[in-house]
Write a protein that binds this ligand. Structure first.
Ligand SMILES: [Fe+2]
Ligand SMILES: [Fe+2]
Length: 234
């Protein structure tokens, strides 16, 4: 496998796992809240919703459309229908996030039944997203490997390498680091269901930040959050 191909595929898969990790955290938090084991941490929840909006929706999906999908359709018609479906799913993301924000806001305002509504919205979003990610990994990437040329992979790897550290060098860099410190440190230890979390220190879930050379904080999170990997691949 060429360097560019392996690099591009590794970044795409890592970004999927980062998204999966955050979605799993969202589900786990809601389970704990509904079971009465923890109080709702709205700052944590808003931070996770913001992450989905700021990174996967604004950067990952558009780069798939502009680089990966467009190169595949140039080389083969075999993925045309699938790509059309995936692109329409990308366009549905903002509406799905808007529903999550609405239900979260209602819950924060104390609207009766809003926790259940939020759980339904999150479960639907998680199913939708995992199906989307699995389709890309199990059908689109193999087609890409079969049909794309080395020059295609060079272009895709370049585009996604910019994705990998979207805020490096920007004034928002520290803000993102702080955001993900919050997500890691504030997420409660799931007691049952949903996740298969990394555990250390007894029954507590402790996400230790493993150093990744050149990696941004969010990439370090997914090194230790192995539960998200299982969720995407199941
Ligand atoms: Fe996608
Ligand atoms: Fe994707």
């Amino acid at each position: 496998m060429s360097d560019s191909k392996s690099k591009a595929i590794a970044i795409i898969r890592a970004e999927h796992r980062a998204l999966g990790a955050v979605i799993n955290n969202i589900k786990a938090v809601l389970q704990e809240v509904q079971a009465g084991r923890v109080a709702m941490d709205f700052k944590l929840f808003w931070a996770m919703v913001y992450y989905i909006d700021a990174f996967p929706d604004r950067l990952h999906h558009p780069k798939e459309d502009d680089w990966l999908f467009s190169r595949i359709t140039t080389r083969t018609p075999l993925a045309d229908k699938l790509i059309e479906e995936l692109q329409s799913q990308h366009q549905m993301e903002p509406q799905a996030l808007a529903r999550m924000r609405r239900d979260l806001g209602n819950y924060e305002a104390g609207v009766p039944g809003s926790l259940e509504a939020l759980q339904t919205t999150v479960a639907s979003y998680a199913d939708f997203t995992w199906k989307h990610l699995r389709t890309e990994e199990s059908e689109i990437l193999p087609l890409a490997e079969a049909h794309l040329l080395a020059s295609d992979w060079d272009a895709i790897a370049d585009a996604f390498a910019q994705n990998a550290d979207p805020l490096v060098g920007s004034a928002d860099n520290k803000l993102f680091d702080a955001l993900f410190h919050d997500i890691v440190n504030r997420t409660p230890a799931p007691v049952s269901g949903g996740l298969n979390p990394h555990k250390s220190g007894g029954s507590k879930w402790r996400c230790k930040l493993a150093p990744v050379s050149g990696g941004h904080l969010w990439r370090r999170i997914l090194v230790v959050n192995s539960g998200a990997l299982g969720a995407i691949n199941r």
